[in-house]
Design a protein around this ligand. Sequence first.
Ligand code: NAI
Ligand code: MG
Length: 498
Amino acid sequence: MPNDNSTLLPSVRSFLSSPRQMLIDGEWVDAKDGRTFATVNPSTEEVLVDVAQGSAFDVDRAVAAARAAFEEPSPWSRMTPRERSHLLWRIGDLIEAHADEFAQLEALDNGKRVTAARDGDVAVAAELFRYFAGWATKMEGTTIPMSVPGRAFHAYTRREPVGVVAAIVPWNFPLLMACFKIVPAITAGNTVVLKPAEQTPLSALRLGELLLEAGLPAGVVNVVPGYGDTGAALVEHPGVDKVAFTGSTEVGKKIAAAASGNLKKVSLELGGKAPNIVFADADLDAAVAGAVLGGYFNEGQCCVNGSRLYVQRAVFEQVVEGVAAAARAIKVGDGFDASSDMGPLVSQEQHEKVLSYIRGAVDQGAVLNAGSADAARERGYFVTPTLITSVTEAMAVQTDEIFGPVVTAVPFDTEDEVVAAANNTVYGLAAGVWSRDLGTAHRVGARLRAGTVWLNTWHADDVTLPRGGFKQSGWGRELGSFGLDDYTELKTVIAELR
Ligand code: NAI
Ligand code: MG
């Protein structure tokens, strides 16, 4: 079914029927200066709804609310770990109860398929709350012996919240990226000002409503939509103790510089250009399927996208033909159409950017084994899944993060040669190896400079696993048992026993 209003849930229709306000101190308010911006459906290029646009003034109010909610004797500061745990679990249940609604909002705002949003983004978001609900009561310290002759001490560590966290997130998994920051932050007792991406503010605003419904005290999570300047106002704000950012490496560098004013803590999840290495002894059917998933999942808009395929020469043609055939079979269409395999890109800007990379590669003599440098449809930001060969390592299509359904394939002969090529990038987020030889897979995996290495799989994931980047792919790790470290300060307490 095409996307018309009849397919929308009544709750979604009602959510889109009036301008959306921002959440500050438990209240839904307009921007002080009354400004709004439009959010657009990338399948139809039509405006969905207008959204309040936060200025530095609104950011200031939100930070003040987050500070007041953090400091004693606020209700939040007095909540016990068990109470926080139960609250987190309740929010997970509420998200699950509203899964279809979130999936529709995500599909409308981002373009992704409704089913992909429901079974992926929304399901994982709910699970994140439940996983971290367990951690809230398990943030333990250690007792540490001291050796001072003739005196007795009791020394121990405590994990304490950092304070006010500014969470700035992108548009590729809007709800999920917001939850990646909010969930560990509040598990540890911090408070948050969230700045969703300007392309996709809706699911974060709906989440704000559910947080209040679940009983999260006012000011603990504030949601201030806007563009980069709204994010920049947060990053510069002296009342913010930590910035948690996911987005481009370019903006990540700006954030690191801007945060230096009060030396706020910074964690960064940035871009990638993941190498995906197929050895001739691999299970080639699995490797082809993995290359297709790695290259085209979420319209290729993943920081861990397997964008650089390296294939050992003996099987190069076979693998290229397999991936190209699968790419050609992908049906591009509206995310509300059950027969679509892939939706549009998120925005006109991304559409132009991705197509210009494909065009640039063709102009430089590269070959399109699948796909096209032309828009896939007249209307909407659709791109045909593309596989490019005859590329050199110096071409932009091979060095830059494209963030679209574009994969390059390059042949290689030896392990040393492919490891050098794979690591020849400023990024280090993800990498993959396909081989039936356990020694080859683990040895090459260890040589790849990346925060996540997949062996004979791609996009396999769990909220229990840490993720993050080497090199210019970022600072810090999110999720898993390491995921709370960046949201806590470690305090050492030394008592003399007299
Ligand atoms: P971006 O990095 O500009 O935007 C991400 C978030 O940062 C948004 O919420 C944006 O409003 C905010 N922001 C922008 N400038 C800021 C500033 N100076 N201070 C604070 N916050 C700021 O990413 P954009 O422009 O949407 O996409 C450009 C490219 O970035 C993509 O083509 C892709 O290559 C990469 N990207 C990577 C992502 C990842 O997950 N690693 C996610 C999104 C984009
Ligand atoms: Mg930008």
